[in-house]
Design a protein around this ligand. Structure first.
Ligand SMILES: [Ca+2]
Ligand SMILES: [Ca+2]
Length: 284
């Protein structure tokens, strides 16, 4: 009997997920829209997101178990209806796969017509920031970044375009925020955070602040931090509540839309698909 009940619970969860009965929520945020993506669309979206006036840009990956290889994707979507306008099915040039084992794109960030993407080598000892043309998603160039602190890969990158910097943290717990010069990705400095952070999936600059998306492990309550990248002060901006323990928060885009939404957060269900959830701050 228990098996039958759990079977029907699973079926109900599947259909409620499919038909939008349950969607992610967030404290002090109004849910404006939830875009749900399946199949190839989900694969193109599962890891990274950023935005400009007219579009969202996403990164995703798939692992082909039998072949033992990972496949990476970049996507471009209309901001008003989340329809796909472009996809790059082979964003990592062959030489970077062959020479460095680059097989993972993490968090991404947009500035001045360029998509910046965090790309890891196989053994996490070599890390890159790849640049792509936001117009057609074509590869421009790659910068090798210091692995002095990034000894477990490069999970994300966020661009402070006004001041000409790129930022990231390592994946494991650390109180070090790394700052790179945008023109050549040389290390500009290391900012000590007021509290250590871990499992940061992605970030974005907005209005002078750095917003970071953290996956809290084994929890459906994930966290968005607000960071002062000059002083290193970290505060908790808000908490998101995901629909299932199989879901994991990924990258964030912060961009004001006409409907009032500002925070656009990916969460990835390892079984079914991807939510891109659009939240508007509730004025107090
Ligand atoms: Ca981002
Ligand atoms: Ca979580």
């Amino acid at each position: 009997m228990e098996k039958i009940i759990s079977f029907f619970t699973a079926i109900t969860m599947f259909f409620s997920y499919l038909f939008g009965i349950s969607v992610p929520t967030a404290d002090n945020m109004e849910l404006m829209k939830n875009d749900r993506l399946f199949g190839l669309s989900a694969l193109v979206t599962g890891q990274g997101i950023t935005a400009d006036e007219d579009y969202y840009y996403t990164a995703g990956s798939a692992f082909v178990q039998k072949a033992g290889i990972g496949v990476q994707f970049l996507g471009k979507w209309r901001a008003d209806n989340f329809r796909q306008v472009k996809v790059n099915l082979n964003p990592i040039p062959r030489e970077y796969e062959k020479n460095y084992g680059c097989g993972h794109i993490g968090g991404i960030s947009y500035a001045d017509g360029i998509i910046y993407a965090a790309v890891e080598g196989t053994d996490y000892s070599i890390n890159f920031i790849f640049l792509y043309d936001a117009d057609d998603l074509s590869f421009i160039t790659a910068y090798n970044v210091s692995n002095e602190i990034l000894d477990d890969g490069i999970p994300w990158v966020a661009i402070d375009n006004a001041n000409g910097f790129a930022y990231c943290t390592k994946w494991a717990e650390s109180d070090k925020l790394l700052r790179f010069n945008l023109e050549d990705m040389s290390l500009s400095g290391i900012v000590t955070l007021s509290q250590p952070v871990s499992r940061i999936q992605g970030g974005e600059f907005y209005d002078g602040s750095l917003y970071l998306s953290k996956d809290v492990p084994h929890s459906t309550d994930d966290v968005i931090y607000k960071v002062n990248a000059v002083t290193g002060e970290v505060t908790q901006a808000f908490t998101t509540h995901l629909t299932s323990s199989d879901n994991e928060s990924e990258d964030i885009a912060v961009f004001p839309r006409e409907d009032g939404s500002l925070f656009h957060i990916i969460n990835y269900d390892k079984i079914i698909g991807v939510n891109v959830t659009h939240f508007a701050p509730i004025e107090k």
